[in-house]
Design a protein around this ligand. Structure first.
Ligand code: SPV
Ligand code: MN
Length: 612
């Protein structure tokens, strides 16, 4: 540490905090902290180690700073973001690229130098009058090949609190890495606040610097834009994974129970708000993770670990019938942050689709709320946001899997891709092989947009591997990495595509929410060779008899032949149109698409034409 740094630190933090910093013998870390404490100029800063004392310090700060308020059940708090700051801001999330780099038209980027200048300009004195927090966490289990050490600077105790729930603490890990420069860095400020929410959202920026493994996030509070280890680090991790030969994915990881005590692990990629979390926590199965998984190849097998140890889940439509597992946790004592819900007269959180009707009044992001309340444009204000969320530790869930902290991860035997697709894919189908699945299911995924990102909902968009928002390398290279990842394996994981959102002519859903319990059981049986399937031009689909039995066994429901016929009807025209759309994107918008993508899609086209 330089003298100048020591002087700055001593001036801005207590002796105890200073000691925590200097016990980490890492000059890259010290320079990072010094640079941003000096630039952002908080009144003081606090350094968190892995102790319960520091965890409690942050919890207390959230209430003291009015970033969270206590609600009825012990351990529960509510946090509000500004109304136009309650989802990921894709338009202002950009890669900072040197002039000679090009990630292709599908990725949002800006010139590195001017982006850095802009964001550093915004950061200048941004923390004046506030306290900053310096925090250390680990992506993935600690002491594992999967672990990536991370340091976060933020002026938001809500962001710090969320990270404490969502990630493993990493101060001790930083001691172990010594002088190594291999870690991710995040610099966040919520900026000036008005009524507790970020005021200058027009200057909201989320800039990713792949050269330096730093993400800058300013003038925003929404966790998807601010919690460094979540989507900000997924972008850094995708770039790192590509260099090192592994995969960083927007995926759940779960153990599905089969006959005779068997458990089979699946990863599953779904765009935001398309059933990923509810699949991960299906009753009777075991959850390892619901959002971000790393996958590594080792000794001829694929292993995966959850990057997180908590859930930042969508609360809309969580009700006791469809989401028994999480409902129980959200109604029990324990640490939960509810964001962008309404607090009712009894100090309880309320949200859209909670099965309790609309409350008469309460407090939400708009302050005191009642049913008649309108926004300045005269539009009715719903009592809670569609993208309202809960933040909870996975250890609080009744069905958490024993592999959550296993440094080796879990061996993956199945990979699922799912989108919000009203008219093309059947509820479940299996790819012919790894390459077919990667190309026609993963790389061809389309999904209708949701409230998890700012912008219009219900628009069908291209979202390969459900990862388009986070892919930090040219898309063609990303697909190629995937193809290589399992090549030569004796038994690569089976690939499946699911669709929970098929609609009939009148716009009603063809399947019920709980039916996904059957689809996962069928996939488990297929991976283990326990049931036959019918070959179609786009993949293998279940036999009616197997589903009928599973519906009875799992859900105690009758499943009729006519339901099956409608759900699994072949849709050659829709599939052919989709192939043309996908080919066009890979031809015109994507750099270096592997040729295999076009040949596999053309073979599928031929099969479809022959049967239609
Ligand atoms: C998602 O939108 O995919 C999420 C929530 O999991 S966040 O990315 O944090 O906004
Ligand atoms: Mn997600």
């Amino acid at each position: 540490m330089t003298e100048k740094q020591a002087h700055l630190f001593k001036e801005k933090c207590s002796e105890k905090n200073y000691k925590k910093l200097i016990s980490l013998n890492n000059s890259k870390l010290h320079s990072f902290v010094a640079k941003y404490i000096e630039l952002c100029n908080p009144d003081s800063f606090y350094v968190c180690d892995d102790s319960d004392e520091d965890r409690q310090y942050i919890r207390n700060k959230t209430v003291e700073n009015n970033e969270e308020r206590k609600i009825a059940i012990e351990g529960h708090t509510a946090h509000f973001d500004g109304y136009n700051d309650q989802a990921r801001d894709k338009a202002n999330t950009k890669y900072l690229l040197p002039p000679d780099t090009n990630l292709g038209a599908s990725l949002n980027s800006t010139d590195r130098d001017s982006g850095l200048t802009e964001v550093h300009d915004y950061l200048k004195n941004i923390m004046a009058g506030k306290e900053a927090y310096v925090l250390f966490f680990s992506l993935g289990p600690t002491n594992s090949e999967f672990s990536i050490p991370c340091v976060q600077i933020t002026d938001s105790s809500y962001v710090a609190h969320s990270e404490y729930i969502l990630y493993r603490t990493g101060y001790e890990q930083f001691k172990k890495i010594g002088t190594s420069g291999e870690f991710f860095r995040y610099m966040h400020s919520a900026g000036e606040l008005a009524n507790g929410v970020s005021k200058n959202v027009d200057k909201r920026r989320i800039y990713i610097d792949l050269e330096d493994d730093i993400v800058y996030s300013v003038n925003t509070q929404y966790a998807g834009n601010t919690v460094g280890l979540k989507k900000l680090s997924l972008r850094l991790a995708i770039s790192k994974a590509s260099e090192e030969g592994w995969l960083a994915e927007h995926m759940l990881l779960m153990g599905v129970h089969g006959p005779g005590g068997r458990k089979t692990y699946f990863t599953g990629a779904f765009p935001s708000a398309c059933g990923k979390t509810s699949t991960a926590m299906l009753p009777g199965e075991n959850i390892v993770g619901d959002d971000i998984a790393y996958l590594r190849r080792k000794s001829g097998k694929i292993y995966s670990a959850n990057v997180e140890c908590g859930i930042f889940g969508i609360i809309r439509d969580v009700n006791p019938k469809d989401d028994a597992v999480i409902w129980e946790t959200l109604n029990a004592k324990g640490e939960v942050i509810f964001s962008n819900i309404l607090i009712d007269e009894n100090n309880n959180p309320r949200w859209l689709g909670d099965g309790r009707g609309i409350p008469e009044k309460g407090i939400n992001y708009s302050g005191n709320w009642n049913k008649e309340k309108k926004d300045p444009k005269g539009n009715e204000i719903p009592h809670a946001h569609k993208n309202a969320r809960y933040t909870v530790s996975l250890y609080a869930l009744g069905n958490v899997d024993s592999k959550l902290d296993d440094p080796k991860g879990a061996e993956v035997k199945g990979v699922i891709y799912g989108g919000r697709d009203s008219s093309i894919w059947p509820p479940v189908q299996e790819a012919f092989n790894w390459v077919h699945g990667v190309i026609t299911m993963g790389a061809s995924l389309e999904s209708e947009t949701t409230a998890a990102t700012l912008g219009k909902e219900g628009v069908r968009v291209f979202n390969p591997m459900s990862n388009i928002d986070f892919v930090a390398i040219p898309l063609g290279k990303y697909i190629e990495n995937y193809l290589k990842f399992a090549s030569g394996l004796k038994k690569p994981p089976s690939i499946f595509a699911v669709n929970y959102f098929q609609k009939d002519r009148n716009g009603g859903y063809l399947t019920a929410m709980e039916d996904k319990r059957v689809w996962v059981k069928w996939m488990e049986l297929r991976v283990n060779g326990d049931v036959d399937a019918t070959k179609t031009p786009t993949g293998y689909i279940p036999k009616y008899e197997d589903l009928k039995k599973l519906f009875k066994d799992v859900l105690k429901k009758d499943y009729s032949q006519s339901q099956y016929d409608e759900q699994f009807a072949s849709r050659p025209k829709e599939n052919l149109d989709k192939i043309e759309r996908i080919k066009e994107i890979y031809k015109t918008k994507v750099k270096n698409t592997p040729n295999e993508l076009f040949s596999v899609l053309d073979e599928q086209k031929k099969r479809l034409e022959e049967t239609s």
